[in-house]
Design a protein around this ligand. Sequence first.
Ligand code: FAD
Ligand code: MG
Ligand code: MG
Ligand code: MG
Ligand code: MG
Length: 544
Amino acid sequence: CSGGGLLVYSDSNPPKRTLTADGQETKKKKVVVLGSGWGGYSFLSYLNNPNYDVQVVSPRNFFLFTPLLPSVTNGTVEARSIVEPIRGLMRKKGFEYTEAECVKIDASNKKILCRSKDASKDAKEFNMDYDILVVAVGAKPNTFNTPGVEENAHFLKEAEDALKIRQSVINSFERASLPDLTEEERKKILHFVVVGGGPTGVEFSAELHDFLVEDVAKIYPKVQEFTRITLLEAGDHILNMFDKRITAFAEEKFQRDGIDLKTKNMVVGVTADEISTKEIATGKIVSEPYGMVVWSTGIGIRPVIKEFMHQIGQGQRRVLATDEWLRVEGCDSVYALGDTATINQRRVMEDIAAIFSKADKGETGTLNKKEFKSVVKDICQRYPQVELYLKKKKLRNIANLLKSANGDDTKVNIETFKQALSEVDTQMKNLPATAQVASQQGKYLAKCFNKMEKCEKKPEGPLRFRGEGRHRFQPFRYRHFGSFAPLGGEQTAAELPGDWVSIGHSSQWLWYSVYASKLVSWRTRSLVVSDWVRRFIFGRDSSS
Ligand code: FAD
Ligand code: MG
Ligand code: MG
Ligand code: MG
Ligand code: MG
């Protein structure tokens, strides 16, 4: 079978059967899960419905704990310690796993085309049919089509990337230590450039700096003076998604550490020897020699998803859109979660008339106190932006909001109702592309799947507006537990819910404990903790 055109049906995975209560044989619904990352692994761990025949397709037969990936680049943590083989979970749950990449989704025929991972000419292609497809393929690094990046820069996304970076750093020091090099040559080899001032770029720069200060100084004392780290960011500040206090602290710390921080500078090209940047204010282009570039400027969409979006009429969009139940818009029985998708949140204002008339039972045209109270809770559940808005205004519920707008909440007409809720939709923000979001979505979706049959039989939702009659599930709601930005030198910035910011050594310990607790198994947890202990006692391993 070839990659293009329609997929040909092949029964390489015959459907599994199960017996119902009256002894009849029925086909189990086949759930195909694409991806074994944060979203996919979390979904699989929480899925407990014996009525599904579950097939996992992923080119990676392990889960990767990405938050510790920057620590692998300098040998603080070993790559082995942060991967969890997926076969163990498969055996425990009775799921099946195929090591392959999905290269095409054919939604109208409910089939996918897969390709095995072997080197190109031995690769096998095969079809797989599904009843339900769960897409959790993540994203790919985004180069913004900057010339030379694919060829010359390192990415930091997969375990192999981190190992390559580690090898490259150590090789640079060995090369720079060779005899008969000029000072210029040594400086070039030991010029490390990090592109992107987001959490990953910042953490990597910090890890690299720690390595230079704590280890290189001892191991390569002769060349240490030639090392330089440059961090390039196109925006005004690094860590701009964090609180301003954290940004300021990080920028000052990097300055003190001697990391050359260049904001408002956009990379326009990377050749084998030089990196060119454009100063945004002046348009001036400068080229500098470098030894190694790490590119970490954000994520882009995978080709297989791009093609799928065209198929289902989402070709105009930048990211695959789902509704709040994580169902892909424009096709049937396909769910998507994690970095590969965004939730298209529903606006309250679009539904306001429906919400009102639904609640309006007795005297028409106004809601009395009782009618109003009964609808308030539902609205908060259905439209998370309402809750956010109320939190911001420091109000407990919509009734208080109405009171503050209206002075009287005993009778509400549609106009006052509209007025009170008019600003709410502006609070809607896309969820960030983080492990926290992907894993909560995986858990949420698994819980929906676990009670799917029950819900299909008794379809009463908390609210039933246009076209939602069949849902008894509440929409997905994200709970933010806070974010960390490790800054090196055993210091971490933490931003926790409720506007709580903490920076320094104490949050480093919080970081150690949170990340240890989030590791998915006791095996990985003990490996990581022993890596940390080993590093404290003996320093980092510097062999490549
Ligand atoms: P992924 O975890 O990337 O999983 C995608 C899976 O799909 C992989 O198994 C992949 O092999 C597989 N796949 C790819 N293509 C195909 C295909 N065609 N067919 C089938 N399978 C496919 N987030 C935080 O919240 N906190 C952090 O501290 C943090 N630190 C990070 C540090 C680094 C260095 C990086 C790179 C990311 C970090 N993130 C962090 C972000 C977090 O890792 C992502 O948001 C998260 O991995 C998204 O989960 P996902 O399931 O969507 O994708
Ligand atoms: Mg995944
Ligand atoms: Mg992952
Ligand atoms: Mg997403
Ligand atoms: Mg009424």
